[in-house]
Design a protein around this ligand. Structure first.
Ligand SMILES: [Zn+2]
Length: 111
């Protein structure tokens, strides 16, 4: 007695979670967040490829860059590209964030 035979398979639902916090290449802490600005990119569209602007920000060391990426990019894609650029010292290709204080409101610059 006492031998329970419960044979049922646990259905593990694997929800594909896309990580949004990454390790910062500058300071090494896991405080790097990548967010997307919507409708803020008004540059040229090459071949009609939709683009979007990713904002890469480190909550620890204050690193913050904006990067124009294809709209199909996910945060992890942006991160990979960002790290590549960082390792190759090509950060000047990226646009540094102008204001670090406001996180909710994005300043729309007009020429
Ligand atoms: Zn950092």
């Amino acid at each position: 007695m006492g031998r329970r035979r419960k044979k049922y398979k646990k259905v593990v639902r694997r929800r594909r979670r896309i990580p949004t916090v990454f390790q910062c290449p500058a300071c090494g802490s896991r405080n790097l967040t990548i967010k997307f600005e919507r409708g803020s990119y008004s540059g040229e569209e090459v071949g009609g490829t939709p683009k979007k602007v990713a904002v890469i920000r480190c909550g620890n060391c204050g690193l913050c860059y904006r990067m124009v990426v294809p709209s199909i990019y996910e945060a992890v894609d942006v991160y990979n590209k960002f790290v590549d650029l960082y390792m190759e010292n090509k950060m000047e290709q990226l646009e540094p964030c102008t204001s670090s204080d406001k996180s909710g409101e994005e300043v729309v610059e007009s020429e």
